[in-house]
Design a protein around this ligand. Structure first.
Ligand SMILES: *Cc1c(COP(=O)(O)O)cnc(C)c1O
Length: 411
Protein backbone atom coordinates (compact mmCIF):
# COMPACT_ATOMS: atom_id res chain seq x y z
CA UNK A 1 0.00 0.00 0.00
CA UNK A 2 1.27 3.45 -0.88
CA UNK A 3 -0.04 6.98 -1.00
CA UNK A 4 0.30 7.71 -4.73
CA UNK A 5 -3.28 7.48 -5.96
CA UNK A 6 -5.41 8.94 -8.74
CA UNK A 7 -8.14 11.43 -7.94
CA UNK A 8 -10.40 12.39 -10.83
CA UNK A 9 -7.78 11.08 -13.23
CA UNK A 10 -4.86 13.01 -11.73
CA UNK A 11 -2.07 11.33 -9.79
CA UNK A 12 -1.62 12.65 -6.26
CA UNK A 13 1.23 12.33 -3.80
CA UNK A 14 -0.77 12.15 -0.58
CA UNK A 15 -2.85 15.38 -0.67
CA UNK A 16 -0.98 17.13 -3.48
CA UNK A 17 -1.50 16.86 -7.22
CA UNK A 18 1.66 15.70 -8.97
CA UNK A 19 1.23 18.22 -11.88
CA UNK A 20 1.50 21.04 -9.33
CA UNK A 21 4.77 19.63 -8.02
CA UNK A 22 6.22 19.19 -11.50
CA UNK A 23 5.18 22.73 -12.41
CA UNK A 24 6.85 24.21 -9.36
CA UNK A 25 9.97 22.04 -9.03
CA UNK A 26 10.57 20.86 -12.61
CA UNK A 27 11.36 17.39 -13.92
CA UNK A 28 12.87 14.86 -13.57
CA UNK A 29 11.65 14.86 -10.01
CA UNK A 30 11.70 12.32 -7.21
CA UNK A 31 8.70 12.48 -4.88
CA UNK A 32 8.65 10.54 -1.61
CA UNK A 33 5.61 10.01 0.60
CA UNK A 34 6.16 10.41 4.34
CA UNK A 35 2.96 8.53 5.21
CA UNK A 36 4.10 5.59 3.10
CA UNK A 37 7.55 5.52 4.69
CA UNK A 38 5.98 5.55 8.15
CA UNK A 39 3.48 2.88 7.24
CA UNK A 40 6.12 0.58 5.79
CA UNK A 41 8.49 1.03 8.70
CA UNK A 42 5.67 0.40 11.16
CA UNK A 43 4.46 -2.70 9.29
CA UNK A 44 7.95 -4.18 9.24
CA UNK A 45 8.96 -3.27 12.77
CA UNK A 46 5.71 -4.42 14.36
CA UNK A 47 5.98 -7.79 12.62
CA UNK A 48 8.64 -8.61 15.23
CA UNK A 49 6.85 -7.19 18.25
CA UNK A 50 7.13 -10.48 20.10
CA UNK A 51 10.93 -10.52 19.79
CA UNK A 52 13.77 -8.46 21.20
CA UNK A 53 14.80 -6.78 17.98
CA UNK A 54 16.15 -3.73 16.18
CA UNK A 55 15.13 -2.54 12.73
CA UNK A 56 18.19 -0.97 11.11
CA UNK A 57 17.12 0.63 7.84
CA UNK A 58 19.62 0.05 5.03
CA UNK A 59 20.84 3.55 4.23
CA UNK A 60 21.98 2.72 0.70
CA UNK A 61 18.40 2.18 -0.49
CA UNK A 62 17.53 5.84 0.00
CA UNK A 63 19.94 7.95 1.98
CA UNK A 64 18.32 11.36 1.75
CA UNK A 65 18.63 13.10 5.13
CA UNK A 66 14.91 13.90 5.24
CA UNK A 67 14.10 10.22 4.79
CA UNK A 68 16.68 9.13 7.38
CA UNK A 69 15.41 11.72 9.88
CA UNK A 70 11.82 10.58 9.48
CA UNK A 71 12.83 6.96 10.12
CA UNK A 72 15.15 7.90 13.00
CA UNK A 73 12.25 9.68 14.66
CA UNK A 74 10.29 6.44 14.47
CA UNK A 75 13.08 4.67 16.31
CA UNK A 76 14.89 3.11 13.37
CA UNK A 77 18.53 2.14 13.59
CA UNK A 78 20.63 2.12 10.43
CA UNK A 79 22.74 -0.33 8.46
CA UNK A 80 25.61 1.51 6.78
CA UNK A 81 28.20 0.44 4.20
CA UNK A 82 30.58 3.42 4.06
CA UNK A 83 32.00 6.36 5.97
CA UNK A 84 29.67 8.59 3.97
CA UNK A 85 26.64 6.66 5.16
CA UNK A 86 27.91 6.89 8.75
CA UNK A 87 28.13 10.65 8.30
CA UNK A 88 24.57 10.79 6.98
CA UNK A 89 23.13 8.54 9.69
CA UNK A 90 24.73 10.56 12.50
CA UNK A 91 23.65 13.82 10.87
CA UNK A 92 20.09 12.51 10.71
CA UNK A 93 20.17 11.97 14.47
CA UNK A 94 20.46 8.19 14.57
CA UNK A 95 22.05 7.09 17.86
CA UNK A 96 25.40 5.36 17.22
CA UNK A 97 24.20 2.53 19.46
CA UNK A 98 21.73 1.62 16.69
CA UNK A 99 24.22 1.63 13.79
CA UNK A 100 25.69 -1.52 12.26
CA UNK A 101 28.39 -1.39 9.60
CA UNK A 102 28.53 -3.93 6.73
CA UNK A 103 30.59 -4.15 3.53
CA UNK A 104 33.65 -5.99 2.20
CA UNK A 105 36.01 -3.03 1.81
CA UNK A 106 36.01 -0.89 4.96
CA UNK A 107 39.11 1.30 4.98
CA UNK A 108 41.14 2.14 8.11
CA UNK A 109 39.87 5.71 8.08
CA UNK A 110 36.25 4.52 7.92
CA UNK A 111 36.85 2.03 10.74
CA UNK A 112 38.37 4.84 12.82
CA UNK A 113 35.36 7.08 12.23
CA UNK A 114 32.95 4.31 13.23
CA UNK A 115 34.94 3.57 16.39
CA UNK A 116 35.05 7.26 17.24
CA UNK A 117 31.26 7.39 16.92
CA UNK A 118 31.04 4.16 18.99
CA UNK A 119 28.65 2.27 16.68
CA UNK A 120 26.94 -0.91 17.87
CA UNK A 121 29.02 -3.28 15.73
CA UNK A 122 30.95 -4.07 12.59
CA UNK A 123 29.74 -6.89 10.40
CA UNK A 124 33.14 -8.26 9.44
CA UNK A 125 33.47 -9.87 6.02
CA UNK A 126 37.04 -11.27 5.97
CA UNK A 127 39.99 -12.27 8.18
CA UNK A 128 41.99 -9.37 6.76
CA UNK A 129 39.27 -6.96 7.84
CA UNK A 130 39.27 -8.46 11.34
CA UNK A 131 43.02 -7.86 11.61
CA UNK A 132 42.57 -4.31 10.36
CA UNK A 133 39.79 -3.52 12.83
CA UNK A 134 41.83 -4.95 15.71
CA UNK A 135 44.82 -2.84 14.72
CA UNK A 136 42.86 0.38 14.36
CA UNK A 137 40.91 -0.15 17.60
CA UNK A 138 44.11 -0.94 19.47
CA UNK A 139 45.76 2.23 18.22
CA UNK A 140 42.79 4.19 19.56
CA UNK A 141 42.69 2.36 22.90
CA UNK A 142 39.22 1.02 22.10
CA UNK A 143 37.54 -2.35 21.80
CA UNK A 144 35.53 -2.91 18.61
CA UNK A 145 32.32 -4.91 18.83
CA UNK A 146 32.15 -7.26 15.86
CA UNK A 147 29.97 -9.89 14.29
CA UNK A 148 30.96 -11.98 11.31
CA UNK A 149 28.98 -11.98 8.11
CA UNK A 150 28.37 -15.61 7.39
CA UNK A 151 27.82 -16.72 3.83
CA UNK A 152 25.35 -19.57 4.27
CA UNK A 153 25.47 -20.66 0.61
CA UNK A 154 21.76 -20.24 -0.01
CA UNK A 155 20.27 -19.36 -3.38
CA UNK A 156 17.96 -16.35 -2.89
CA UNK A 157 16.48 -16.83 -6.40
CA UNK A 158 16.82 -13.21 -7.36
CA UNK A 159 18.85 -11.26 -9.95
CA UNK A 160 22.52 -12.43 -9.99
CA UNK A 161 23.82 -8.90 -9.31
CA UNK A 162 21.85 -8.75 -6.04
CA UNK A 163 22.44 -12.34 -4.88
CA UNK A 164 24.97 -12.16 -2.06
CA UNK A 165 24.74 -15.34 0.00
CA UNK A 166 26.04 -17.93 -2.45
CA UNK A 167 29.49 -19.57 -2.35
CA UNK A 168 30.66 -17.70 -5.44
CA UNK A 169 29.80 -14.23 -4.04
CA UNK A 170 32.40 -11.86 -2.57
CA UNK A 171 30.43 -11.41 0.65
CA UNK A 172 31.03 -12.84 4.10
CA UNK A 173 32.87 -15.95 5.29
CA UNK A 174 31.81 -19.53 4.74
CA UNK A 175 30.82 -21.48 7.82
CA UNK A 176 34.16 -23.24 8.39
CA UNK A 177 36.18 -20.03 8.06
CA UNK A 178 33.72 -18.31 10.36
CA UNK A 179 34.54 -20.69 13.20
CA UNK A 180 38.22 -19.84 12.83
CA UNK A 181 37.36 -16.16 12.70
CA UNK A 182 35.51 -16.28 16.03
CA UNK A 183 38.41 -18.17 17.59
CA UNK A 184 40.87 -15.61 16.29
CA UNK A 185 38.67 -12.73 17.46
CA UNK A 186 38.52 -14.20 20.94
CA UNK A 187 42.30 -14.09 21.16
CA UNK A 188 42.51 -10.44 20.11
CA UNK A 189 42.54 -7.70 22.70
CA UNK A 190 40.87 -4.93 20.71
CA UNK A 191 37.85 -6.76 19.32
CA UNK A 192 34.95 -8.40 21.05
CA UNK A 193 32.75 -10.83 19.10
CA UNK A 194 29.16 -9.95 19.98
CA UNK A 195 27.14 -10.91 16.91
CA UNK A 196 26.48 -13.03 13.85
CA UNK A 197 25.26 -11.66 10.56
CA UNK A 198 24.03 -12.69 7.15
CA UNK A 199 22.45 -10.93 4.19
CA UNK A 200 21.70 -13.30 1.35
CA UNK A 201 20.39 -10.96 -1.31
CA UNK A 202 17.82 -8.38 -2.32
CA UNK A 203 14.31 -8.42 -3.78
CA UNK A 204 13.51 -11.91 -2.41
CA UNK A 205 9.93 -12.85 -3.10
CA UNK A 206 9.67 -16.03 -1.02
CA UNK A 207 10.41 -16.79 2.63
CA UNK A 208 12.14 -20.15 2.08
CA UNK A 209 15.68 -18.86 1.42
CA UNK A 210 15.49 -16.75 4.61
CA UNK A 211 14.41 -19.79 6.63
CA UNK A 212 17.10 -21.94 5.06
CA UNK A 213 19.77 -19.37 5.98
CA UNK A 214 18.34 -18.98 9.49
CA UNK A 215 18.51 -22.73 10.12
CA UNK A 216 22.18 -22.72 9.16
CA UNK A 217 22.86 -19.75 11.41
CA UNK A 218 21.11 -21.32 14.38
CA UNK A 219 23.15 -24.50 13.94
CA UNK A 220 26.26 -22.35 13.79
CA UNK A 221 25.21 -20.43 16.89
CA UNK A 222 25.01 -23.72 18.78
CA UNK A 223 28.49 -24.72 17.61
CA UNK A 224 29.81 -21.39 18.83
CA UNK A 225 28.17 -21.94 22.18
CA UNK A 226 29.86 -25.33 22.44
CA UNK A 227 33.16 -23.56 21.84
CA UNK A 228 32.44 -21.25 24.74
CA UNK A 229 31.68 -18.22 22.59
CA UNK A 230 28.43 -16.55 23.46
CA UNK A 231 27.06 -13.69 21.40
CA UNK A 232 24.15 -11.29 21.89
CA UNK A 233 23.08 -10.22 18.39
CA UNK A 234 21.81 -12.09 15.38
CA UNK A 235 21.63 -9.85 12.30
CA UNK A 236 19.51 -11.33 9.52
CA UNK A 237 20.17 -8.57 6.97
CA UNK A 238 17.60 -7.19 4.58
CA UNK A 239 16.29 -8.39 1.27
CA UNK A 240 12.53 -8.69 1.56
CA UNK A 241 11.12 -7.91 -1.89
CA UNK A 242 8.37 -5.59 -3.10
CA UNK A 243 5.82 -5.52 -5.88
CA UNK A 244 7.14 -3.74 -8.97
CA UNK A 245 4.88 -5.54 -11.41
CA UNK A 246 3.25 -8.85 -10.59
CA UNK A 247 5.56 -10.14 -7.85
CA UNK A 248 3.76 -11.33 -4.75
CA UNK A 249 6.33 -11.10 -1.96
CA UNK A 250 5.29 -12.15 1.53
CA UNK A 251 3.79 -9.39 3.67
CA UNK A 252 6.14 -8.31 6.49
CA UNK A 253 3.64 -9.78 8.99
CA UNK A 254 3.91 -13.18 7.33
CA UNK A 255 7.70 -12.85 7.14
CA UNK A 256 7.77 -11.87 10.81
CA UNK A 257 5.63 -14.78 11.87
CA UNK A 258 7.68 -17.39 10.00
CA UNK A 259 10.99 -16.13 11.37
CA UNK A 260 9.74 -15.46 14.89
CA UNK A 261 8.75 -19.10 15.27
CA UNK A 262 12.39 -20.12 14.87
CA UNK A 263 13.83 -17.22 16.85
CA UNK A 264 11.52 -17.29 19.86
CA UNK A 265 13.70 -19.55 22.00
CA UNK A 266 17.04 -17.86 21.35
CA UNK A 267 18.43 -15.46 23.98
CA UNK A 268 19.47 -12.98 21.29
CA UNK A 269 18.55 -9.53 20.06
CA UNK A 270 17.63 -9.92 16.41
CA UNK A 271 18.64 -7.20 13.94
CA UNK A 272 17.02 -6.60 10.56
CA UNK A 273 18.36 -4.40 7.78
CA UNK A 274 15.40 -3.73 5.47
CA UNK A 275 15.90 -1.18 2.70
CA UNK A 276 13.73 -1.67 -0.37
CA UNK A 277 10.68 -2.87 1.55
CA UNK A 278 10.63 0.41 3.50
CA UNK A 279 11.37 2.98 0.80
CA UNK A 280 10.86 1.28 -2.59
CA UNK A 281 7.17 1.94 -3.01
CA UNK A 282 7.35 5.18 -1.02
CA UNK A 283 8.76 7.06 -4.00
CA UNK A 284 7.98 7.87 -7.62
CA UNK A 285 10.03 9.59 -10.30
CA UNK A 286 8.17 12.12 -12.40
CA UNK A 287 9.37 12.83 -15.93
CA UNK A 288 8.12 14.84 -18.90
CA UNK A 289 7.75 13.57 -22.45
CA UNK A 290 10.19 15.57 -24.58
CA UNK A 291 9.41 13.97 -27.96
CA UNK A 292 7.74 10.95 -29.46
CA UNK A 293 9.57 9.29 -32.32
CA UNK A 294 8.40 6.63 -34.74
CA UNK A 295 10.97 4.49 -36.57
CA UNK A 296 10.25 1.63 -38.99
CA UNK A 297 10.74 -0.83 -36.14
CA UNK A 298 9.63 0.95 -32.98
CA UNK A 299 7.72 3.69 -31.24
CA UNK A 300 9.88 5.65 -28.84
CA UNK A 301 8.73 7.91 -26.04
CA UNK A 302 11.70 10.16 -25.24
CA UNK A 303 11.50 11.54 -21.71
CA UNK A 304 13.65 13.94 -19.71
CA UNK A 305 14.73 11.31 -17.15
CA UNK A 306 17.48 8.86 -18.05
CA UNK A 307 19.66 6.02 -16.82
CA UNK A 308 21.70 8.53 -14.82
CA UNK A 309 18.53 9.29 -12.81
CA UNK A 310 17.24 5.72 -12.49
CA UNK A 311 19.64 2.99 -13.55
CA UNK A 312 17.69 -0.09 -12.42
CA UNK A 313 16.10 -0.89 -15.82
CA UNK A 314 19.50 -0.60 -17.57
CA UNK A 315 21.50 -2.39 -14.86
CA UNK A 316 19.17 -5.20 -13.83
CA UNK A 317 16.63 -5.16 -16.63
CA UNK A 318 14.17 -4.24 -13.88
CA UNK A 319 10.53 -3.50 -14.45
CA UNK A 320 9.09 -0.22 -13.20
CA UNK A 321 5.44 0.54 -13.74
CA UNK A 322 5.08 3.74 -15.79
CA UNK A 323 1.80 5.61 -16.08
CA UNK A 324 0.51 9.00 -17.17
CA UNK A 325 0.22 11.52 -14.37
CA UNK A 326 -2.98 12.75 -16.00
CA UNK A 327 -4.93 9.75 -17.26
CA UNK A 328 -5.64 10.43 -20.92
CA UNK A 329 -7.91 7.56 -21.99
CA UNK A 330 -6.11 7.07 -25.33
CA UNK A 331 -5.63 3.67 -26.99
CA UNK A 332 -2.60 1.66 -25.94
CA UNK A 333 0.57 1.49 -28.01
CA UNK A 334 3.68 -0.63 -27.57
CA UNK A 335 6.57 1.74 -26.91
CA UNK A 336 10.11 2.02 -25.61
CA UNK A 337 10.40 4.72 -22.95
CA UNK A 338 13.93 6.11 -23.30
CA UNK A 339 16.05 8.97 -21.97
CA UNK A 340 18.30 11.52 -23.68
CA UNK A 341 21.61 9.75 -22.81
CA UNK A 342 23.89 8.62 -25.62
CA UNK A 343 23.69 4.89 -24.89
CA UNK A 344 21.32 2.33 -26.34
CA UNK A 345 21.15 0.91 -22.81
CA UNK A 346 19.43 4.10 -21.68
CA UNK A 347 15.82 3.08 -21.27
CA UNK A 348 13.21 3.06 -18.54
CA UNK A 349 10.99 0.49 -20.24
CA UNK A 350 11.03 -1.58 -23.41
CA UNK A 351 8.10 -3.05 -25.34
CA UNK A 352 5.73 -1.45 -22.87
CA UNK A 353 2.02 -1.22 -23.59
CA UNK A 354 0.69 2.09 -22.46
CA UNK A 355 -1.74 4.75 -23.64
CA UNK A 356 -0.27 6.96 -26.36
CA UNK A 357 1.36 10.05 -24.90
CA UNK A 358 2.22 13.42 -26.40
CA UNK A 359 5.00 15.96 -25.92
CA UNK A 360 4.78 17.84 -22.66
CA UNK A 361 2.76 15.15 -20.84
CA UNK A 362 4.01 13.90 -17.48
CA UNK A 363 4.73 10.28 -16.65
CA UNK A 364 5.20 8.72 -13.23
CA UNK A 365 7.73 5.92 -12.78
CA UNK A 366 6.57 3.95 -9.76
CA UNK A 367 8.57 2.06 -7.09
CA UNK A 368 11.46 4.48 -7.45
CA UNK A 369 12.02 5.19 -3.74
CA UNK A 370 14.80 2.62 -3.28
CA UNK A 371 17.97 2.36 -5.37
CA UNK A 372 16.71 5.26 -7.46
CA UNK A 373 18.30 8.56 -6.55
CA UNK A 374 21.07 6.84 -4.53
CA UNK A 375 22.35 5.16 -7.69
CA UNK A 376 22.11 8.30 -9.80
CA UNK A 377 25.09 9.97 -11.46
CA UNK A 378 26.05 12.99 -13.52
CA UNK A 379 26.73 11.04 -16.73
CA UNK A 380 26.36 13.20 -19.83
CA UNK A 381 26.75 16.18 -17.46
CA UNK A 382 23.18 15.86 -16.41
CA UNK A 383 22.31 17.55 -13.15
CA UNK A 384 20.91 15.25 -10.53
CA UNK A 385 17.19 15.56 -9.98
CA UNK A 386 15.31 17.36 -7.24
CA UNK A 387 13.94 15.23 -4.39
CA UNK A 388 10.76 16.16 -2.53
CA UNK A 389 9.24 14.72 0.62
CA UNK A 390 5.46 15.12 0.77
CA UNK A 391 3.71 14.77 4.11
CA UNK A 392 -0.06 15.27 3.82
CA UNK A 393 -0.33 18.66 2.15
CA UNK A 394 3.18 19.77 3.10
CA UNK A 395 6.11 19.66 0.69
CA UNK A 396 9.77 19.70 1.75
CA UNK A 397 12.58 20.06 -0.76
CA UNK A 398 14.60 17.10 0.46
CA UNK A 399 17.34 17.88 -2.03
CA UNK A 400 17.49 20.77 -4.46
CA UNK A 401 18.07 20.12 -8.14
CA UNK A 402 21.77 20.45 -8.91
CA UNK A 403 22.95 23.55 -10.71
CA UNK A 404 25.51 23.76 -13.52
CA UNK A 405 27.89 25.16 -10.88
CA UNK A 406 27.36 21.98 -8.82
CA UNK A 407 28.41 20.00 -11.88
CA UNK A 408 31.91 21.49 -12.02
CA UNK A 409 32.52 21.98 -8.29
CA UNK A 410 35.98 20.71 -7.44
CA UNK A 411 37.19 20.49 -11.04
C1 LIG B 1 21.68 -3.79 0.46
C2 LIG B 1 21.77 -4.38 1.81
C3 LIG B 1 20.63 -4.42 2.63
C4 LIG B 1 19.27 -3.97 2.18
O1 LIG B 1 18.74 -4.78 1.19
P1 LIG B 1 17.21 -4.59 0.72
O2 LIG B 1 17.03 -5.61 -0.31
O3 LIG B 1 17.08 -3.21 0.20
O4 LIG B 1 16.35 -4.83 1.93
C5 LIG B 1 20.79 -4.92 3.91
N1 LIG B 1 22.00 -5.34 4.36
C6 LIG B 1 23.10 -5.32 3.59
C7 LIG B 1 24.39 -5.79 4.15
C8 LIG B 1 23.03 -4.83 2.29
O5 LIG B 1 24.12 -4.81 1.53
Amino acid sequence: MHHFQYRNGTLHAEEIGVPELAEKYGTPLYVYSAATLRRHFQAFDSAFNGLKHMTCYSVKANSNLSVLRLLAEMGAGMDIVSGGELYRALKAGVPASKIVYSGVGKKAQEIREALEADILMFNVESMAELERINKVAKSMGKVARVGFRINPDVDPKTHPYISTGMKKNKFGLDIEHSLKAYQRAKEMDAVEPVGMDCHIGSQLTTIEPFLEALDKLIAFYNRLKDMGISISYLDLGGGLGITYNEEEPPHPAEFGKALSEKLQELPLTVIFEPGRVISGNAGIMVTEVVYTKKTPSRDFVIVDAAMNDLIRPSLYDSYHRIAEVQQNGRDELTVDVVGPICESGDFLARDREMPAVHEGELLAVFSAGAYGFTMSSNYNSRRRACELLVDGDTVTVARARESYEDLVRGE
